[in-house]
Design a protein around this ligand. Structure first.
Ligand code: DGJ
Length: 729
């Protein structure tokens, strides 16, 4: 059993293979957080020490125990209004207009298996792989109930959290804040790492010590965004890849998220995470429940590497679903950077033909194949083939490409509409706009109101008609703007604050329907690259286009940041042309290839334009990727350098049974008479001998992990690294 409860002391303990989580309801029914960290198998309450702190008041029944204050206690799920002055997880406006909830313990339940969440993605698991703890809390003065859910996958050191807020009273309430989790630490001086950036430069880690007060990363864009990835790490000041303590949280949510830390008056730390309350309110009518999205938590007592491995394993095995969860993904060629909007069926076939000759598995036709779509100013929403570009429609093209031995994939941007489109002309009310105001345009487009059932029905039919019309194996689901002008003609005035969350629920409903009705189609997520790279989307799409920046140097940094939380199998990455279209940088084709291999791997250029030497390099890269595919996607990933501070980016994949390891990377600059950089490998078997394939040299795991290996001598800039070590049996 991972979860145990003591009915006498009302304490709860969640044990995973290496971690322990403890909480306890005290005599007043206040649910205190006691411990999250390494396994200790001890009641850690002795660490809590309370004294009388001025201006931190007392609950009424303990008014004379002046040391007893919910303002100084570590709490599991703090609500606002009753004396805890730190950031709350829950704010409820009661029917009398007051904003208060005083949550007390009323019961619990433990069961096998992992809970699911209606309408929202959640970690899933077999009955015997996971357990669920539910703790029931009730406001002492109203019929507001809160169920705290904890899901446990012990072997991955993963604990998930979610809350259900229920109005069991006779009058309606209003939720102003309903976060997914709170984690209180009474001790420790922590650094906070979050993953920030912008379009074409997403998820760059920033690390800074917590300062007194509140720090946050809050998205307001309607999506999880390029700017504020819904994930965070709190770590000890000395934490490195392999030493120190760290806690990670990732929200399985694709809308606006808020992550806040508060370093408080007693040097205690609170971490909360959930739907961004700045874009949220919810009418909780009598008899109704509200489900928060799920937060995935993990702890490592031995640095970021273990924390990332825990996240990678759970996302690969218990978040991603469908046929492509485990099967090898096709090596694809995408025509976007090769043609942009300027193509016809002849040009596409030429690109596909060369790709087939060089060993690619799938051709993906990107933006521009539908409606009147010759630029990004028109056509979105009209999901019918533009026959002036593709003569005879889709079928002849897909048939031709299938005959070349390639699968066929296609691009959609379902949630969008161009003003210049038949869809907008017929249904202007489907676009998100505020009556009487000119809407904000971005990439000349508007967003469809995904809260509307008729919009979802239209999209389902439009997309499934296309998928049924030809042999299509892949869909790239793009989304190219942030959302504002929140207004829906189908929502009542009082419910308008629900729209951003209802948008996400609508999106998930459509994705669920399409992915279950087309189980053989590989769905790849995208939002101008990685603008919606989150565990919620990964539940529907096992891979996400990581960034619109295909420059190999920048990608080493973007993919480095992404790898803290998300597995390599989730990262969409391609070799593109040089000079790179986003940066103008020229990098060698092998450096582009090893960088793209840390992902789903593919190409995004017209291979016909390459020299013969480059073409044979491509052929060879595909052969190598096929060999390494399992190792890369199912193995453990190690960050051997920091591309943000080091002169090189080096990373390593190790097979689960440690029988092989692949070191990839790039030396950024070559200087004359430069010493070769030594790099230490990790995760090998110490007493095993490994052969380096390139020159046959043999090293023990112990030598490679302690002394390391010298990186190859570099020539030119962005010099690629590839070293494949295989165990000698
Ligand atoms: C943004 C995507 O990230 C690109 O890869 C490409 O699909 C364009 N949209 C097409 O408009």
């Amino acid at each position: 059993m991972s979860i145990t409860a003591n009915d006498q002391t009302k304490s709860f303990c969640i044990l995973t293979d290496n971690t322990e989580y403890r909480m306890k309801a005290d005599g007043n029914g206040i649910l205190k957080h006691i411990w999250y960290g390494n396994r200790v198998e001890t009641d850690m309450e002795y660490l809590l020490d309370f004294h009388d702190v001025g201006f931190s008041g007392n609950i009424y029944t303990s008014a004379h125990e002046r040391h007893y204050s919910i303002d100084t206690m570590p709490l599991e799920y703090p609500a606002s209004g009753c004396g805890d002055f730190r950031i709350p997880a829950l704010t409820v406006v009661q029917s009398d207009g007051s904003s208060a909830a005083d949550l007390r313990f009323v019961g619990y339940n433990i069961r096998k298996g992992k809970y699911s969440i209606p309408g929202l993605p959640a970690v899933y698991a077999d009955e015997n792989e996971a357990e669920t703890l539910e703790i029931y809390l009730k406001d002492i003065a109203s019929d507001l109930f809160v169920t705290l859910k904890y899901g446990v996958i012990a072997r991955y050191d993963i604990i998930t959290r979610s809350a259900v807020i229920s109005n069991k009273g006779k009058t309606d309430m209003q939720l102003e804040r309903a976060l997914s989790m709170c984690l209180d630490f009474t001790y420790g001086e922590w650094d906070r790492i979050y993953f920030t950036g912008r379009h074409t430069m997403e998820r760059i880690p920033e690390r800074a010590p917590l300062m007194h007060g509140i720090q946050e990363s809050s998205g307001m864009r309607g999506t999880s965004s390029h700017q504020h990835n819904p994930s965070v790490i709190l770590c000890s000041r000395d934490c490195t890849e392999t030493t120190g303590e760290c806690f990670g949280a990732a929200l399985m949510y694709s809308g606006s998220c808020k992550t806040q830390t508060e370093y408080g008056q007693l040097n205690e730390t609170r971490l909360v995470m959930g739907i961004n309350p700045d874009l949220f309110s919810w009418e909780l009518k009598r008899g109704e429940d509200f489900y928060t999205p799920e937060a995935i938590l993990t702890y490592s007592g031995s640095g970021f590497e273990q924390l990332s491995h825990n996240f990678h394993r759970v996302i690969r095995n218990n978040v991603c679903r469908g046929r492509y969860k485990k099967t090898e993904r096709p090596v694809l060629i995408n025509n976007w950077e090769a043609t942009y909007f300027d193509f016809d069926e002849i040009k596409l076939a030429e690109i596909a033909q060369k790709a087939a000759e060089l060993g690619v598995d799938m051709f993906v036709m990107d933006d521009g194949w539908f409606g009147k779509r010759d630029s990004d100013t028109s056509g979105l929403g009209d999901w019918v083939v533009n026959e002036s570009k593709l003569k005879g429609g889709l079928k002849p093209l897909t048939d031709k490409i299938r005959k070349m031995g390639l699968k066929f994939g296609i691009w959609f941007e379902p949630e969008m509409v161009s003003e210049d489109s038949d869809l907008f002309r017929n249904h202007p009310e489907w676009a998100i706009r505020i009556p009487g105001r000119k809407p904000s345009l971005s990439r000349c487009q508007l967003v469809l109101d995904m809260t509307r059932a008729d919009v979802r029905e239209y999209l389902y039919n439009a997309i499934s008609n296309v998928l049924n019309s030809a042999d299509i194996s892949y869909v790239k689901w793009d989304m190219n703007r942030s959302i504002c002008d929140w207004y829906s003609s189908v929502l009542k005035r009082e419910a308008m604050g629900e729209m951003p969350h209802r948008y996400v629920l609508g999106l998930y409903e459509l994705l669920e329907r399409l992915t279950s009705d087309f189980p053989d189609v590989l769905f790849e997520g995208c939002s101008g690259g990685g603008g919606r790279f989150d565990a919620g989307m990964l539940y529907y799409c096992p891979q996400i286009w990581c960034s619109d920046n295909t420059d190999a140097y920048d990608r080493t940094r973007i993919q480095y940041g992404t790898s803290f939380i998300y597995p390599i199998s989730a990262v969409g990455s391609h070799v593109s042309a040089v000079p790179n279209h986003q940066t103008g940088r020229v990098t060698p084709i092998e450096a582009r290839a090893v960088t793209a291999m840390a992902g789903s791997f593919g190409y995004e250029l017209d291979l016909n334009t390459l020299s013969d030497e480059e073409k044979s390099a491509v052929k060879n890269q595909i052969i190598r990727f096929r060999r390494y595919n399992k190792l890369i996607h199912n193995g453990d990933y190690f960050r051997l350098s920091s591309p943000l501070t080091d002169k090189f980016a080096v990373w390593q994949f190790v097979a689960e049974d440690k029988s092989e390891a692949l070191v990839h990377g790039m030396i950024y600059k070559t200087e004359s008479n430069m010493l070769r950089y030594p790099i230490r490998l990790r995760g090998l078997k110490a007493d095993t001998a490994y052969r380096l394939e390139t020159d046959g040299a043999v090293y023990t795991g112990r030598a490679l992990m302690n002394g390391g290996i010298l990186l190859p001598r570099s020539m030119g800039d962005y010099s690629p690294i590839e070293m494949h070590f295989v165990e000698i049996k």
